[in-house]
Design a binder for this molecule. Structure first.
Ligand SMILES: CC(=O)N[C@@H]([C@@H](O)[C@H](O)[C@H](O)CO)[C@@H](O)CC(=O)C(=O)O
Length: 283
């Protein structure tokens, strides 16, 4: 069950311990597609409420298979005081073309026209492999509130073409944590990822080094993150393990994943926690 009582201490942990002040809510790590519309609304309300004066931004993912549910969540996010909304492609009935997907996104954006709108591109989960560049090129003419892409894919050719075709004030948020540095070089303006729940400070060092032009230092941090993730993947890394790591590092009871996902075996989690602590100890 969703436990709203951990939201405030978790937000405090993100700010104080991870230096994270921008939250992407009800996304993949937040298991949004396993939650009911009501649960997603309660979470959005709670995060927007406790975020006031504490967080810089709460962006709420409102994508659902049902267009009507998505519109309802978009309207709700606006009323709750969210700073932006994002939407993934529906994935059971898939859009047949980028035009069809744009029509879907447009309908949702129109339900909350005052909120910045982001397309959340995550083909590994949606199995919708339409190039993001085809979805976003010129989309601001149809969706005036469009402000960027959360790009969770390894295809840096597609990402680069999003960067080169988009207006300069859009946010291009990269979501494959193990290759963020490559995306920064290609023009990413920020990052959203599951591991930043416990590696936020670490990755801040990489961003700082990259912004100073210190590629040697930035690469050293990225390599540490790669070493950690490749070890974790060898032990079954995925949403359940990530959630267990979030609980371990924050010390807060974030609970098991919802069925059909199952928690990871304890011995794998212990091994990965050990690796994580060794990486963090190297700071
Ligand atoms: C498929 C997936 O879960 N991707 C993660 C990554 O952070 C991913 O866990 C990481 O790069 C390790 O592969 C994020 O892009 C997901 C995310 O940002 C979200 O929770 O919405």
């Amino acid at each position: 069950e969703v436990d709203l009582s951990v939201v405030e201490p978790y937000a405090e942990y993100l700010v104080q311990k991870q230096g994270v002040k921008q939250v992407f809510l009800n996304g993949t790590t937040g298991e949004s597609v396993s939650l009911s519309v009501e649960e997603r609304k309660r979470l959005a309300e709670e995060w927007c409420k406790i975020g006031k004066g504490r967080l810089d931004q709460v962006v709420v993912h409102v994508g659902c298979p049902s267009l009507k549910d998505s519109r309802e969540l978009a309207q709700h996010a606006a009323a709750a005081g969210a700073d932006g909304i994002a939407v993934i492609s529906p994935s059971f009935f898939k859009p047949s073309s980028s035009t069809a997907l744009r029509m879907f996104l447009k309908e949702i954006a129109a339900a909350a026209p005052c909120l910045p709108f982001y397309y959340y591109h995550i083909p590994s989960m949606t199995s919708v492999h339409l190039p993001a560049r085809d979805v976003v090129r010129g989309i601001e003419k149809e969706i005036p509130s469009f402000r960027g892409v959360k790009f969770s894919d390894q295809d840096l050719l597609d990402f680069g073409q999003c960067v080169s075709s988009c207006p300069s004030d859009w946010s291009l948020l990269y979501g494959v944590d193990e290759q963020l540095l490559g995306a920064l070089a290609m023009g990413a303006t920020g990052a959203v990822g599951s591991t930043y729940n416990y590696l936020g400070r670490k990755v801040d060092h990489m961003l700082l080094a990259f912004n100073k032009g210190d590629l040697v230092q930035a690469r050293a941090v990225q390599c540490q993150l790669q070493e950690f993730l490749s070890f974790a993947i060898g032990h079954g890394f995925g949403l359940p393990m990530n959630k267990q790591l979030m609980s371990e590092v924050s010390g807060l009871p974030l609970g098991p994943p919802r069925l059909p996902l199952l928690p990871c075996p304890e011995q794998d989690v212990r091994a990965v926690v050990g690796k994580l602590l060794s990486i963090l100890g190297e700071e």
